[in-house]
Ligand binder design. Structure first.
Ligand code: NAI
Length: 301
């Protein structure tokens, strides 16, 4: 079935360029009414411009519907006003793509706490602000699709990006819980871990590699996660036409208890790491269930 967004209203943050622009255009081309949000900041978050307006003009040029919005996602007041203007104009908000972001890369020893906090404020709190501002509306609508933009840096680490990694994995944590809380209201929450040639990655990869990584190659996964057919609580990795799913897993592990347990863990660490029959817990409670089951087996009559 063709994925369409007719009568759906979407907010895409940080959509004045890069990945957000591609997502906003992708949604609008398939019928969504789109709020193109962007403060128009530089890569490090400084300054402002009318980047969102230019993307709206692109959307209007092919007959799509969009409005520009300059809210700073770190401002709760501005975010609430953005959601109110979307609702005022189109009556609902069905889709949020939390995409706005900045970089303040430095090794941990050289990074100021200010740069640590700022990156968390924009990526993590910015996404939480927008999600919080639409959450009750989506519950009332009994329908919502939220996409968090995580990163391989958060999932797997990246030299010089401790602030960014913390923010990006934090978003996965928020997704894990909101996916559980939203399910009964028809709200599905997922994450995208993109790889794309944008100003954020300019200079970080060879030109040959960047040429394969157009942001438009990531957007199909975002459209799927924004659609009626979206899964729930899924992390899709995407770039250069490759699409994968990332999981947070747990091994079967071992059982050890009592005085000699630290030594037992050391002696059996390889067995603990063995990935055969690895689990993908469906919620945090699964860890406890798995562990108590091992206890019960060990102490069964
Ligand atoms: P980009 O720098 O082109 O886009 C980010 C946009 O967010 C900019 O247009 C900027 O003005 C806007 N923005 C920044 N602070 C804002 C604020 N407080 N309020 C509203 N808008 C704000 O970079 P790119 O690459 O398109 O990044 C988009 C998202 O994808 C980011 O969350 C980034 O961390 C993530 N990402 C990108 C990867 C890549 O390979 N390009 C890899 C992994 C994640």
């Amino acid at each position: 079935m063709k994925i369409r967004f007719d009568d759906r209203v979407a907010i895409v943050t940080g959509a004045g360029g890069g990945l957000g622009r591609a997502h906003a255009i992708g949604l609008a081309r398939r019928g969504a009414k789109v709020v193109v949000n962007d403060v128009g900041a530089a890569r490090d978050g400084s300054g402002a411009s009318d980047a969102a307006l230019r993307v709206v003009e692109e959307i209007h040029a092919f007959g799509g519907e969009a409005i520009a919005n300059g809210a700073d996602v770190t401002s709760w007041d501005q975010v609430q006003a953005m959601v109110a203007s979307a609702k005022g104009r189109w009556g609902r908000v069905d889709i949020v793509v939390n995409n706005a972001g900045i970089l303040r890369d430095k090794t941990f020893s050289k990074m100021s706490l200010e740069d640590f906090r700022l990156v968390i404020e924009v990526h993590l709190m910015g996404s939480i602000n927008v999600t919080k501002a639409v959450w009750d509306l989506m519950r009332e609508q009994q329908y919502g699709r939220i996409v968090m933009t995580t990163s391989s840096s958060g999932l797997y680490g990246n030299f010089g990006q401790s602030n960014y990694s913390a923010a990006k994995l934090g978003l996965v944590g928020v997704m894990q819980t909101l996916a559980l809380e939203g399910a009964k209201y028809g709200i599905r929450v997922n994450s995208i871990a993109p790889t794309a040639a944008t100003r954020m990655t300019a200079g970080l990869m060879s030109d040959e590699m960047l040429a394969k990584l157009a942001p438009e190659h990531v957007t199909p996964a975002v459209l799927f996660l924004a659609s009626e057919q979206a899964p729930n609580r899924c992390i899709i990795a995407a770039g250069a036409g490759g699409f994968e799913v990332a999981h947070i897993t747990m091994t079967q592990g071992i059982f050890a208890m009592g005085e000699g347990s630290p030594e037992a863990i050391a002696a059996n660490f390889d067995a603990m790491c063995n990935r055969r029959d690895e689990l993908v817990p469906e919620s945090g409670a699964d860890q406890r269930v798995h562990e108590v089951a091992k206890f019960d087996i060990r102490y069964a009559s």
